[in-house]
Design a protein around this ligand. Sequence first.
Ligand SMILES: C[S@@+](CC[C@H](N)C(=O)[O-])C[C@H]1O[C@@H](n2cnc3c(N)ncnc32)[C@H](O)[C@@H]1O
Length: 246
Amino acid sequence: MKEDNIKEDNIKHWDNAAENYIEKNNQGKNFHSQIYLVAVNELLENVNGKRVLDAGCGDGFFSLELAQKGALVTAIDGSDAMLNIAKRKHTHDNLQYYNMDLTRKLTFEDKFFDIVVANMLLMDIAEIELFIFEVARVLKKPGTFVFSITHPCFFLGDWEEDENNTKSYKKIRNYLDERVEELNFWGKTLHYHRPLSRYMDAIEKAGMYVSSFKEPIPSRESVESRPEQEYHYRIPSFVVIMAKSI
Ligand SMILES: C[S@@+](CC[C@H](N)C(=O)[O-])C[C@H]1O[C@@H](n2cnc3c(N)ncnc32)[C@H](O)[C@@H]1O
């Protein structure tokens, strides 16, 4: 019962944060989103004619991009606030939105999708094992799962500046302790910290294998116009993983 309450609270936080998140994310065009989206798009390659599930789609800007590239897209999220905005702003004949809790069994049949993509979702949900198991179930064999997350090794670390006021180090505390932390970037949301090995184990247990592992960095041009973001070249902020179902 207590667990259920936490999950419901989690979605309520996203309902409350939706407007702020969407404004700051600016349809994936903000500096940080671009870092991982470039890597995600490289891994997805050609999606034309593919059946794609966008899990944790938020306002659906990425789902729309996939549909515009010719994919048949099913986009799911647990937040009605997010989905209402998605249905208003990001529509396409090849794109359907549904409300679904990604910590429960998905309602799709086995081997339905060619690709599942999940941007910035897995560190926001309380359980990843069932979700990744469900991804493997709904994927064709072979099928592709691409997800981006904040870097589990460094995200919760505190920057330390050197004598030149340069962000050079991060202090990492209790990396192996799984825990929930409150964030306040867009209003309160929950961050589920788990070590990187938990993601790898869940992929392996679901019968998939990791075919690509990226720690993406921003382009030189983007850092030229935002020199204060140069620290991304020292310590990566994101991980993008591609796993294959077999
Ligand atoms: C950081 S946002 C990412 C949204 C989108 N993928 C993007 O890149 O902008 C995380 C999303 O996960 C959704 N979410 C969090 N927990 C969820 C759950 N248990 N079931 C379904 N969606 C969930 C939130 O509503 C939110 O839209």
